[in-house]
Design a protein around this ligand. Structure first.
Ligand code: MSP
Length: 510
């Protein structure tokens, strides 16, 4: 059986789940469901990143111990993903004992091999990013992300010989085009590697920070949070036992946004090389969601919370918007107006109306009982079937390249065709002629085949809707696999329609 291992970043517990986290997690969930649907053994990992200065400071600011603070926010992430219906297989916390032990064992291994050494380092340190900046990386003397001047600190620390792996990493990136994708991010990492790579400071003295994993070879230090957190992708599999590590790790597909490209594109592969592990299969990098007003932030009061979106618009509508609106790899803009426009046009109108028309006619003309297709299919029937077959083929190619928006576009283009088919065949007119009743039955049967196909192809993107469609058709999961025209047994009775996506009235129209 083919396998795929999908991961989200481990989210920091100093912020509550928002739009950005939700996008990556929804993409991961969609991929998992898609690969499952084509017969893969797919494993999805998510969780929380809980050590380091940033978390210690946030805990202190809220007057809580770091562990109690992390417990609360980590649980919030888990609950949010549960409520959103994210089908993760394991939720890892970097404070889990097995993870801590794993990190220590890797540190010891790399230390014993001579790739970790003790040295002195002075540099510009940004507490927000939890990393040192070179002067060149600062913009006007400030951290470009946090707009704050970093502190100059000098101390004795442990270093990972990252520089030793620079050429090996360049070779790997050059010989494996898809290693980091889309391509622009591979190019970005390669451009960065044109400069000599410095060794990575991987410890923090406990005089400055206690909230971390102790170095196994020096208890005066804790592990730098990135060296700890990145290892989760492997520690979770080692913990799972069996052949998980051997079979799933080489199939790893990480999902991240461009903000954490450097740790995943440079630190992580060199760490893997030093630990004697194979590289991930793909690092998949997406762009940033921005708000009309610029960046999303607590202080601007424009944070989009997934549970609020789910409560107001429904999870599937929100998922559809996220996957349809952003081209994976590029930035996108979030606005409620755009969300409502998509829901009304694509979901209430195109999808919702199609389904309710098809089901309502079936009910009205045949009391819900599916009619025979007829031996000879007119050209328009074949065209309809072919259109969906084509969409499904395109979808396969798009999913390989993470072009979710194009995959959905392909499905909606077939749906447009199906809406036109209703207009062209006009069953509502034909039914007035008793001689044409059999043809009406066949046309409606094709419409139900469209609904059945939708229940299959939409499942990874809009899992609840797919189940609803299936319930309306009164068929089981297995019957979704049947080819066009073979989905319903003679005499099968479907259910009456219901409103799947109510139209959202905007203020302007009230
Ligand atoms: N803890 C680190 C990751 C460690 S992974 C071993 C971290 N955490 S984070 O909470 O800041 O999450 C960053 C990730 O959240 C991004 O890479 C992306 O997946 C998601 N997003 C957060 N804000 C985002 C947007 N505005 N837009 C899109 N995704 C973003 O970094």
């Amino acid at each position: 059986m083919e396998r795929i291992y999908i991961t989200t970043p481990l989210y920091y517990v100093n912020a509550e789940p928002h739009l950005g986290h939700t996008y990556t997690t929804v993409v991961a969930d969609t991929l998992k469901r898609y690969y499952r649907s084509i017969g893969y053994d797919a494993f999805l990992l998510t969780g929380t990143d809980e050590h380091g200065d940033k978390i210690a400071q946030a805990a202190a600011a809220s007057g809580t111990e770091p562990k109690a603070y992390a417990d609360r926010v980590s649980e919030l992430f888990r609950l949010t993903w549960d409520t959103c219906g994210i089908a993760y297989d394991h939720f890892i916390r970097t404070t889990d004992d097995y993870h801590k032990q794993f990190v220590q064992s890797v540190l010891q291994k790399i230390y014993d091999a001579g790739d970790i050494y003790f040295g002195e380092y002075g540099g510009f340190y940004c507490y927000g990013c939890e990393r040192f900046y070179t002067e060149k990386e600062l913009v006007g003397g400030k951290c470009p992300d946090h707009q704050k001047a970093p502190d100059y600190i000098s101390e004795k620390n442990y270093f990972f010989r990252m520089s030793k792996y620079q050429q090996l990493l360049i070779d790997a990136l050059q010989s494996t085009p898809g290693l980091i994708r889309p391509e622009r991010y591979r190019t970005e990492v390669l451009a960065f590697l044109r400069e000599p790579l410095e060794d990575l400071c991987i410890s923090r003295p406990i005089s400055r920070l206690q909230w971390g994993i102790a170095l196994p070879f020096d208890s005066n230090y804790v592990t730098y949070v990135w060296f700890d957190a990145l290892l989760n992708y492997v520690s979770a599999l080692a913990h799972r036992g069996g052949d998980s590590l051997a079979s799933l790790w080489p199939k790893a597909n990480h999902l991240i946004a461009k903000d954490i490209l450097k740790p995943h594109g440079i630190y992580w592969p060199t760490m893997l090389m030093a630990a004697g592990l194979p590289l991930y299969d793909h690092l998949n990098v997406h762009g940033y969601w921005n708000m009309d007003s610029g960046k999303m932030s607590k202080s601007l009061g424009n944070v989009i919370r997934p549970l609020e979106m789910k409560a107001r618009f429904g999870m599937d509508a929100f998922r559809y918007f996220l996957l349809r609106e952003m081209a994976f790899g590029q930035d996108a803009k979030f606005s409620e107006e755009a969300l409502v426009t998509r829901i009304n046009a694509d979901l209430a109108n195109n999808l919702g109306n199609f389904v309710s028309r098809a089901l309502a006619m079936q009910q009205k003309y045949f009391d819900g009982v599916v009619q025979p297709l007829g031996a000879i299919w007119p050209a328009e029937d074949q065209e309809l079937r072919d259109k969906f077959a084509q969409a499904e083929n395109e979808l396969k190619d798009y999913m390989k390249e993470l072009h979710f928006h194009r995959a959905l576009e392909a499905i909606w283009s077939a749906l447009d065709h199906a809406n036109r088919y209703i207009v062209q065949t006009a069953p509502f007119t034909m039914i007035k002629d008793a001689e044409k009743k059999a043809r009406v039955g066949a046309v409606l049967h094709h419409l139900l085949e469209v609904v059945r196909t939708l229940a299959r192809v939409l499942a990874p993107f809009m899992p609840d809707t797919a189940v609803e469609l299936r319930d309306l058709l009164a068929v089981g999961v297995d019957s979704l696999k049947a080819p066009w025209g073979r989905g319903f047994v003679a005499g099968h009775k479907i259910n009456p329609p219901k409103v799947l996506f109510p139209r959202i009235e905007t203020d302007a129209k009230k």
